[in-house]
Design a protein around this ligand. Sequence first.
Ligand SMILES: [Zn+2]
Length: 160
Amino acid sequence: MRLADTREGPGCGLTDAARITRAPIPLARPVPLTCPMIAGFHLWTREVVQPAARRHFGTDVQSIETFGSFACRNRNGQPGTRISEHATANALDVSGFILADGRRIPVEAGWISPYATTRGFLREIHKGACRYFSVVLGPDADRFHRNHIHVDMGPWTKCQ
Ligand SMILES: [Zn+2]
């Protein structure tokens, strides 16, 4: 669903953004995203997340939980840093996966889970995200990403 353009401050607002209404895996809570993000999300969920869930857990991912996409702020919410890709909804913070059998795989606890399947699934979908997004920052990147996987379509390339 196409969203109206907004301007909320310098470098901050929505342009040509939309909410995903159909995807191989829906978001638990629909959030605004740029078109490149929607395309990346579509491909990542279809080519990486769903096949990984079937292989590691023997079931589908039913929905994906996030901490959101759009926030008027600098990188990592720190003063003096560049404006975040979140300021234009060109980023998404993935926090967990709900499986079709009701199991929930949170990024934070799952990353260091005692279960090899859970750790393997999260590392595979994290690495696979680097094929479809410009920047991917997971729990091993830094202290700001302990509990989610940040993906964005900004002008830099990083896979960490
Ligand atoms: Zn983020």
